[in-house]
Ligand binder design. Sequence first.
Ligand code: TUI
Length: 308
Amino acid sequence: MKTKMTELFGIDYPIIQGGMAWVAEYHLAAAVSEAGGLGIIGAGGAPASFVREQIQKTKELTNKPFGVNVMLMNPEADEIAKVIVEEGVRVVTTGAGNPGKYLAAWKEAGIKVAPVVASVALARMMERAGVDAVIAEGTESGGHIGSATTMTLVPQVVDAVSIPVIAAGGIADGRGFAAAMMLGAEAVQMGTRFVVAKESIVHENYKKKILAAKDIDSEVTGMTHGHPVRQIRNNMTREYLKLEKAGAPFEELEQLTLGALRKAVVEGDTVGGTLMAGQIAGMVKEEMTCAEMMQEIMTQAETLLKCK
Ligand code: TUI
């Protein structure tokens, strides 16, 4: 399937893998790119030296295009922005902030840039700043989220900008993919489905929680402090929400979540860890290879887009 995004990124399928902190390391990124999508290394909160290593390891596994996601709250974001240029990375996605200050350097290096936006206002500002595409991410997503739904955000962003729009949040099969195309998107970004890919290094316990999740099993913590994070309900979310409701200060809540994503991804701690996942987790029922899931999604989507 050819769209503006397959052309721009030089990929076979308009499917981009979310740049999930801890989860989106080089095995997953390389597998997605090898399967014809765009694999992404998630810098998350990692140091720049680690991101450089991840890029080099990805290059050893694939000659296809891949990208790096810069989580803009990372204290080493400035250094990571430089590493991306030095290592000749072709695509950058950003999250959790405004990447404005890095755009000139990235564009000068010929890097394609697609920031995540959670509002029409930021999408417009990013277009004016010269980005190549925007990722309109709905509140259905896992992790750090905005408030608009994918169904409402995507068509409004499509109407507001003339650059291509990538839809994200709540998409995990060919139906979601086809719906995103109907809303005017040129590609989709998926996170939750890739967490349970066979090539994903995420701890088996975390994967099992996603595979067992039902439709309403996620919770949003941190809403009152302006850092809403969607994750699967567990002891950690219950404790967090109890404290949040009681008016606990941000610092106390932060202590509770410090290192909790690593605990879930690396150690498989499903009780005290943060099990970030989107609302579509309830529909993700099988661990597959990236190639298998992408073939399934594209076959289903092509049938729907031809016949309906
Ligand atoms: O960034 C994400 N999702 C994430 S980042 C992350 S790392 C983390 N780890 C532990 C606790 C908290 C976070 C986990 N998940 N998605 C992209 C995204 N970006 N969603 C929303 C936004 C966003 C929000 C506001 C982008 C820009 C923005 O604008 C701020 C501004 O300056 O205008």
